[in-house]
Write a protein that binds this ligand. Structure first.
Ligand SMILES: C[S@@+](CC[C@H](N)C(=O)[O-])C[C@H]1O[C@@H](n2cnc3c(N)ncnc32)[C@H](O)[C@@H]1O
Length: 387
């Protein structure tokens, strides 16, 4: 087993610092942040742990090597010099995928086949195999990513992207990626015992991610990972990571999370998704239009992804929704409001300048995350239920 491994948690543009904070919170140090990724060097047990726990990363990759490559010869020799046998078993199946941006080696199929040949040669020599490699065993997806003549060789440890938590059995028209929903919650200062509402909840992603965060449930608890079958990690480390996740979950933490949407079908879908996530009836779901929102408690949080009004015929309606929300929330100054939208005039319809704005990409859509900080009321305990 290699003593140390360097892992790369990949991140959507704009979420790198949030992913880095999560990595640090798991106890890993010397975290390096680059565009679209976070790197850290640690022991092998971090592979199961980060896959299970990271809420905002897209996937976790194992870095095998990083070097300058301006010729195919160089790519071949440098790849062959890397210790692939430390990770890939004698019978391992290892397809090679690739990408190349702003580099001399721009033919991706050629780069892929050169990397494949170099790894085959290395493994045959190390395992003393004269004929071909069987490739009938565990699966290792190797990637060669070349950017400005620097090659990054990685093996994907996650399998499907980490946003696939395993709970989304249904979805609406424009569901938010689970990783992005978790980031929206983490950007707020919400604490699990405070009221939390998504009045445009759709299939419930934000509210479900908040509940998972609130009870400290590992987001990967319900799924499988590509590296579960890798012998250099071993079953014991995976069992340990799943045991840790079970121990750290705080199923007794009370939550006051509500998701509402105008569409009754979506409320059914959200309910089913929450059940699938193992949350039972922990989240309250309600069919309601956002303009009927009437919080009954203090110090709550609205975290939401309303329609953006990108289609012209929806624009007026969406702008009226923003205006209504602004008017309602004026009466609840202790509430903090967080809205993700691509509508550039959101603040003027909402009727107030955001305390803070953060640029984020929702898939390919450029959005802003408008953040309004509530003025907390400290000394007034309230026993009301509902919102
Ligand atoms: C962008 S989607 C939210 C997607 C959600 N974040 C998810 O992950 O599934 C916006 C939602 O707003 C809902 N909606 C539209 N007009 C509404 C209104 N006036 N009141 C409440 N919900 C509304 C739509 O039904 C849709 O589900």
């Amino acid at each position: 087993m290699p003593k140390k491994v360097t892992l790369i948690a990949t991140a959507a543009m704009g979420l790198e610092s949030i992913v880095a904070n999560e990595v640090k919170a798991l106890g890993y140090e010397d975290v390096q942040v680059e565009n679209g990724r976070v790197l850290f060097t640690t022991d092998v047990s971090a592979i199961p742990r980060t896959n299970l726990w990271l809420r905002t990363a897209d996937r976790v990759k194992l870095l095998v090597g990083r070097f300058k490559a301006t010729s195919f010869d160089q790519l071949f020799e440098e790849t062959k010099a890397l210790p692939w046998e430390q990770f890939i078993d004698e019978d391992g199946e290892f397809p090679v995928v690739g990408k190349s941006v702003k580099s001399k080696l721009y033919s991706v199929p050629d780069c892929q086949s050169i990397v494949k040949k170099a790894i085959v040669e290395r493994l045959k020599k190390k395992y003393g195999i004269a004929s071909w490699l069987k490739e009938t065993g565990a699966f290792y997806r190797v990637e060669v990513a070349i950017h400005k003549d620097e090659a990054l060789l990685t093996i994907d440890t996650s399998g499907s992207g980490l946003h696939k938590r395993g709970y989304r059995v249904g979805q609406g028209e424009a569901p938010l990626k689970e990783t992005m929903a978790a980031a929206l919650v983490q950007i707020t200062n919400w604490k699990p015992d405070e009221p939390f509402v998504d009045p445009f909840c759709g299939s419930g992603t934000i509210a479900i991610e908040a509940a998972l965060i609130g009870q400290n449930i590992a987001p990967g608890f319900n799924r499988e990972f590509a590296s579960e079958g890798w012998s250099f990690i071993g079953q014991e480390l995976w069992d340990e990571a799943f045991r840790e996740a079970e121990e750290k979950a705080d199923y007794d933490q009370p939550l006051q999370i509500t998701g509402s949407d105008i569409d009754p079908q979506l409320i059914k879908i959200a309910e089913n998704n929450a059940l699938e996530a193992g949350l039972g009836d922990l989240v309250t779901w309600k069919q309601m239009q956002a303009s009927d929102l009437k919080p009954k408690m203090d110090n709550g949080y609205i975290v939401t992804n309303p329609p953006y009004g990108e289609r012209l015929n929806e624009r007026d309606e969406v702008e009226a929704m923003y205006r209504d929300l602004g008017v309602i929330m004026r009466d609840y100054p202790s509430w903090s409001v967080y809205v993700l939208t691509s509508h550039e005039q959101f603040e003027s319809f909402y009727g107030k300048k955001a305390t803070k704005k953060r640029k984020l990409f929702n898939g390919f859509i450029k959005t802003d995350y408008y953040q309004y900080f509530g003025k907390k009321i400290r000394s007034k305990p309230t026993h009301n239920k509902g919102f």
